[in-house]
Design a protein around this ligand. Sequence first.
Ligand SMILES: C[S@@+](CC[C@H](N)C(=O)[O-])C[C@H]1O[C@@H](n2cnc3c(N)ncnc32)[C@H](O)[C@@H]1O
Length: 222
Amino acid sequence: MAFHCWADPKYGSGYIASKLFLPRTDMSFLFTVTALMLLTVPAVSIVIWSLLMGITPTPSSQPIKKNLKKILPEHITGSIHELGCGWGHLLPLLAKTYPESIIIGYERSYFPFLISKLCTYLLKHQRLTIHQKSFYKSDYSKAGLIVCYLFPTAMKHIVKKIYPELPVGCWLITHTFRLPDISPVTTLYCHDIYHTPIYVYQKQISLQVQRKPQKELPDGRG
Ligand SMILES: C[S@@+](CC[C@H](N)C(=O)[O-])C[C@H]1O[C@@H](n2cnc3c(N)ncnc32)[C@H](O)[C@@H]1O
C-alpha cells in the first residue's frame, strides 16, 4: 500500500504528508501560515527599510531608462557606481553599455538587494557587484560615473560627502531630483507625464580661491 500510494497520482502530496506526519487540517493550516509568512516578511521588511532610508525602492520608469540610454557617456575611465540600485532595474542597461567596466551597486533594503544580487548572476557581467551597505560608506576616488535616483535630502548629502571626493572628469547622472547648488552640464526632459528631468553633471576642477591667512589680532581673533 505504501509503495502504491507514492506511485499513484490520485494520491496528492498533501495526502502522503498527512499519512506520514500530520492530519490533513493541520497540513493546510501549515501551508496557509507559510504562504502568509512568505508574503508578509518581504512586505514588512520593505516598509521598514523604506522608512529608514527615506525612500521606497521605486524603479526608474521605462521612458527614463530609454532616455538614460541616450545620455550615458560612451566611454568611462574609472568605476561605475549606482547609489541605491533598488531591484536592479538599471543594472542591465549599465552592464550592457559598459561590459568592461567595474560596476558597483549599493542597496540597503534587504529584499531589493537580494533581487539585485540575483540580477548580477543572470547578467553574467564579470565586474558587476552589489553591496548591501550604505553608499555613503564607499570610496569614490577612482569613480568615472555615478548613477542615482534618490530624494532631496540624499542629494544634499551627496553634494557634501560624495561630490567633493569625486575625481575631476567624473560624471554624475541623476533624475527627478537635482544636486543643489551645482549646475548640470546638460538636462534632458523625458516624454512622460511628469516631463521627468535627467541631470548630467561632470566634476570640474575646483575653482575655490585659497583665502590669504588673516593677521591674528592681539586678543586671538583671526
Ligand atoms: C527610488 S529607488 C531607485 C532604484 C533604482 N536606482 C532605479 O532607478 O530603478 C532608491 C533606492 O535607494 C536605496 N537607498 C537609499 N538610501 C540608501 C543608502 N544610503 N545606501 C544604500 N541604498 C540606499 C533605497 O533603499 C531605494 O531602494
